[in-house]
Design a protein around this ligand. Structure first.
Ligand code: MOS
Length: 762
C-alpha cells in the first residue's frame, strides 16, 4: 500500500486504481466537446455589457460580412422557449431568467445573441463585431449596495426552515460568557477545467446533446420541457465530466437555446462558452454574511446559540443554501435560534457549489467555536468534546452514527496537537510565527432514488448500466466495485456504463449522494441476480429466508446466499437455469423517500432525502481538520505547510478515491480561506477576475503536505450499503481551521474571507 492507496480498515473496500485511469491519462476519455460531429456549425455567445436595463439596438451588418457566418440570433428573432421550474423547487433550471425572450437585461453577461458560423474563429470574430446599444440603469451589486431588497428565506425557498428550540434570548442574557461576531464569505466561482460546452445534434425529431452534466436525466427532461417536445426524443451523453463542483448540476439557459438553433439551422451546433462567459452563464457561490451569538457557562457548556445568515441572490430567483439546518444541530445546546434572509441584487442566480450550505455556514460557526474556546481558556478540541452529542438539539433525533471525537482524537495525535502552546503568538521558528488550528467538518448523508440494470454472463463478465456521472468522483470505480463484490466476480470483469440518459435513471451527482444512491441500486439489482441463481440450485424456502439477511458488502463471499452457506457455483447455477446471461433491472429508493419518488425519478426531478430529515434519525458524515500556518513576522506572508484531516463516513468503497476526494477538499478549503474570491466592480455589478490567471487557485507549492486519515465506521441505518458519502466533506471545515490557525499564530482574528496578507496588521 502507498499513501495514495491507503490500507483498507474494517468496512472499507480495496483501494483499486481508477476504472477510468488509463482512458484519462492517454487522452482516450471523450469529454462532451471532444465528440466529433458531422458538419457542425459553431456558436459564439454575445453577452450583455450591462447588468440592468434594455437592449435598444443591435447592429449586425459588420458581423454578417465575416466569411462563414450562417446566422445571428437575437431576442428579435429567437424561438420563444417555454419556461421551466427551478431545480431547487423540484424542476430543472438554474435560473428562471431565460435570455433572448425580450430586450430586458437582468444581469451582467446575460446572453443577448448567438452567432452561428462555419468555424469557431468566424463565429467569434462576428460576435465581436456586433454593436449592441443599451438603455442602462444603475445596478445593485452586492449585500450593502443601495437598492437591495431583503426578505426571510422561509416561505421563499422550498423546504427552508429556521430551526429553533428553547429560549435563546433568555439563555443568552444569563450566560456567563457572551460572544457575538459577524463573519463574511465572498462570491466564488467553481472554475472546473472543462468549459461549459454544449453540442446539439438533431436526427429527424430526435435530439442528442453532448454536454458536461452532473444530471443527464434532469437535463434531458428540462430541455424537452423548454422545447415543448417529448422527453423520450432527447438523449444526453457525457461519459466524463471535466470537473463540475455543482456548476453542471442544474440546467442553464444555454442548452435549450443551442438545441433550438440546431433545429432551425438543420445542422449540428457546437458551443464552447469561453472561460469568462462561464462566470455569468452558469451559477456560482454567492456572498454570505453571518451573525453568530453564543452563550456559554464558565465550565464550557453551551447555553445559547443564534445563527443569522444573509445570502445574496438574483432579482429573478430566491436562491439560498440555508446552512442553519446543520449549524443549529451540530452541538449540544438547549437554546437555539436561527434565521436566514435572502438579499436580492442585479446578479445572475447563484447555485450549489461544493458543499453548498456547510462551507459558508460552518466557517462562521467553527470560527465562533474557536473564539469562545479562547474566551473560556479551553482547548478548542476539549470545548467541542464537552458539547459533543449523539442527539441533535432541535428535534431530539439521534445521529445514525457520529465519530466526530474519534476523528479529533486520531487527527490530533497524527498532527501533533499536543505540542501546541495555547497562547496566541507563542510559537515561532525564526521570523515565522507558527499557528495550529482545527475545526469540525461535517456533511449530511443524502440519498435519492436510482435505477440500475445489471447483466451477468456465465463466465462472470458483468455489465452495469446506470445513468450516474463521472465528475472526477470515482463513480465508475466504486460502481464496478459494488457489482464485483456483490456478484463475486473479479472487478476487471465488470464494465460500467454511466453518463447517458438512455440508461436507467440515477440522481444528480451532487449533495454527495452519488456513491450511496448508485451503489445501493446496483447492489440491490445484483441481489436480484443472486436470487435467481440461488433459486436454481437451492430449495426455494431457504432462498426466501436467506434473502432477508443483510450481507455486508465486501465482508462475505458474495456468491453465498448467507454467511453460513457454502458458495454457490456460478456456472452450475447458470446451467441449472439453462441460460447464458442473467439480466435484472431494479429501482431503489432510500427509506423515507416521498411517495412520488420513482415518478419524479423518471421525470428527471430530484427527491433527495437524508441529513436532518433522515427517517427518525439524523445522518451526517464527520471529520476533524487540522492546519498549520506560518506567518512571516515582517512581511505577513502566509504559508500553510500542513493540512490534515481525519474523517469517518460509514462504508468507504475505495480508500484511494476517497482519499483523493478528501484531499481535494482540504486543499480547496485552504485556498478558499486564503486565495479565492470573485472580485466585483461595484459600479457595474460585474465580475472582474473572470479568468484562471486572476482567479487564484492553489498550486503544489501552496500545499506541501496534505494528510488524510480514514476512520473505520459502520452505519447500518443510512442505507443497505452503509455509505455516507464524502465528496463534499473535505472542504467544509478548512476555512475555519485556517483562520483559527492564523489567530493562534498572530492573535489577529479575521472574520472576512479570503484572508489575504493586507488584512493582517504588521
Ligand atoms: Mo455538489 S455542489 O452538490 O455538485
Amino acid at each position: 500500500m502507498t499513501t495514495a492507496a491507503p490500507e483498507p480498515k474494517a468496512n472499507m473496500g480495496q483501494p483499486i486504481p481508477r476504472y477510468d485511469a488509463v482512458a484519462k491519462v492517454t487522452g482516450k476519455a471523450d469529454y462532451a466537446a471532444d465528440v466529433p460531429l458531422v458538419r457542425p456549425a459553431y456558436a459564439f455567445l454575445i453577452t450583455s455589457a450591462i447588468a440592468k436595463g434594455r437592449v435598444t439596438a443591435m447592429e449586425l451588418e459588420e458581423a454578417r460580412k465575416v466569411r462563414g457566418v450562417l446566422d445571428i440570433i437575437t431576442h428579435e428573432n429567437a424561438e420563444k422557449l417555454k419556461d421551466a421550474k427551478l431545480f431547487n423547487d423540484g424542476g430543472y433550471v438554474s435560473t428562471t431568467n431565460q435570455p433572448l425572450k425580450s430586450a430586458d437585461i437582468a444581469e451582467e453577461g446575460q446572453i443577448v445573441g448567438v452567432v452561428l458560423a462555419e468555424s469557431y474563429e468566424a463565429a467569434r470574430e462576428a460576435a465581436h463585431r456586433v454593436r449592441v446599444t443599451y438603455d442602462a440603469r444603475l445596478p445593485t451589486t452586492t449585500l450593502d449596495s443601495p437598492g437591495t431588497t431583503s426578505a426571510p428565506a422561509k416561505g421563499q425557498v422550498s423546504r427552508h426552515e429556521d430551526p429553533h428550540v428553547g429560549n435563546f434570548d433568555k439563555a443568552f442574557a444569563t450566560s456567563e460568557v457572551q460572544f457575538e461576531a459577524t463573519y463574511e464569505t465572498p462570491p466564488q466561482h467553481h472554475n472546473p477545467m472543462e468549459l461549459f460546452a454544449t453540442s446539439c445534434v438533431w436526427n429527424g425529431d430526435r435530439l442528442t446533446i453532448y454536454e458536461p452534466s452532473q444530471y443527464v436525466h434532469g437535463l434531458k427532461h428540462g430541455v424537452a420541457e423548454q422545447l415543448g417536445i417529448e422527453a423520450d426524443k432527447v438523449r444526453v451523453v457525457n461519459s466524463y465530466v471535466g470537473g463540475a463542483f455543482g456548476s453542471k448540476g442544474s440546467m442553464t439557459p444555454r442548452t435549450a437555446i443551442i438545441a433550438s438553433l440546431a433545429r432551425r439551422l438543420g445542422r449540428p451546433v457546437k458551443l464552447v462558452a469561453t472561460r469568462d462567459q462561464g462566470f455569468n452563464i452558469a451559477t456560482y457561490r454567492a456572498e454570505t454574511r453571518h451573525s453568530i451569538r453564543i452563550g456559554a457557562n464558565s465550565n464550557g457548556k453551551l447555553a445559547a446559540l443564534s445563527h443569522e445568515g444573509w445570502e445574496l441572490s438574483s432579482r429573478a430567483d430566491p436562491y439560498a443554501v440555508s446552512g442553519t439546518k446543520t449549524t443549529t444541530r451540530l452541538y449540544d445546546c438547549p437554546n437555539v435560534e436561527s434565521h436566514v434572509a435572502i438579499v436580492r441584487a442585479d446578479r445572475n442566480t447563484p447555485g450549489f457549489m461544493r458543499s453548498p450550505p456547510e462551507v459558508p455556514y460552518m466557517f462562521a460557526l467553527e470560527s465562533a467555536m474557536d473564539e469562545v474556546a479562547h474566551l473560556l481558556r479551553m482547548d478548542p478540541i476539549e470545548f467541542r468534546r464537552l458539547n459533543d452529542t449523539m442527539k441533535e438539539p432541535i428535534g431530539g433525533k439521534t445521529y445514525t452514527s457520529r465519530s466526530l471525537m474519534a476523528c479529533y482524537d486520531e487527527g490530533s495525535k497524527a498532527f501533533g496537537w499536543a505540542a501546541r502552546r495555547s497562547e496566541p503568538g507563542s510559537m515561532a521558528d525564526g521570523d515565522w510565527l507558527i499557528g495550529y488550528g482545527c475545526a469540525t467538518t461535517c456533511y449530511p448523508t443524502q440519498m435519492a432514488p436510482a435505477a440500475a440494470r445489471v447483466r451477468l454472463q456465465r463466465d462472470g463478465r458483468t455489465r452495469v448500466e446506470i445513468a450516474g456521472h463521472e465528475i472526477g468522483n470515482g463513480a465508475y470505480t466504486v460502481i464496478a466495485q459494488a457489482a464485483a463484490e456483490r456478484l463475486g466476480v473479479p472487478v476487471e470483469q465488470v464494465s460500467v456504463f454511466i453518463g447517458d440518459s438512455d440508461l436507467p435513471p440515477a440522481p444528480v451527482a451532487g449533495g454527495s449522494n452519488s456513491t450511496a444512491s448508485t451503489c445501493s441500486a446496483v447492489m440491490m439489482v445484483c441481489d436480484q441476480i443472486r436470487q435467481r441463481l440461488f433459486k436454481a440450485v437451492m430449495p426455494r424456502e431457504s432462498v426466501v429466508d436467506k434473502a432477508k439477511e443483510t450481507v455486508g458488502l465486501g465482508q462475505t463471499p458474495v456468491t453465498q446466499a448467507a454467511k453460513s452457506d457454502a458458495p454457490v457455483d456460478r456456472e452450475k447455477a447458470f446451467d441449472a437455469l439453462g441460460v447464458g446471461v442473467v439480466e435484472e433491472y431494479g429501482e431503489w429508493k432510500p427509506e423515507g423517500a416521498p411517495l412520488d419518488s420513482f415518478r419524479a425519478m423518471h421525470k428527471g426531478q430530484m427527491r433527495m432525502v437524508g441529513g436532518p430529515e433522515f427517517k427518525s434519525g439524523i445522518a451526517y458524515a464527520f471529520g476533524a481538520e487540522f492546519v498549520e500556518v506560518r506567518v512571516n513576522r515582517w512581511t505577513r506572508e502566509i504559508r500553510v505547510p500542513r493540512l490534515l484531516g481525519a474523517f469517518a463516513a460509514g462504508r468507504i468503497m475505495n480508500p484511494r478515491t476517497a482519499r483523493s476526494q478528501l484531499m481535494g477538499g482540504l486543499i480547496w478549503g485552504m485556498s478558499a480561506a486564503l486565495h479565492e474570491a470573485t472580485e466585483m466592480d461595484e459600479r457595474y455589478a460585474r465580475y472582474v477576475n473572470d479568468n484562471l490567471a486572476d482567479y487564484l487557485v492553489p498550486v503544489n507549492a501552496d500545499t506541501p503536505s496534505v494528510e488524510v486519515i480514514l476512520l473505520s465506521e459502520q452505519d447500518d441505518q443510512v442505507n443497505p450499503a452503509g455509505i455516507k458519502g464524502l465528496g463534499e466533506l473535505g472542504n467544509v471545515g478548512t476555512n475555519a481551521a485556517v483562520c483559527n490557525a492564523l489567530f493562534h499564530a498572530t492573535g489577529q482574528r479575521i472574520r472576512q474571507l479570503p484572508v489575504r496578507l493586507e488584512k493582517l496588521e504588521v
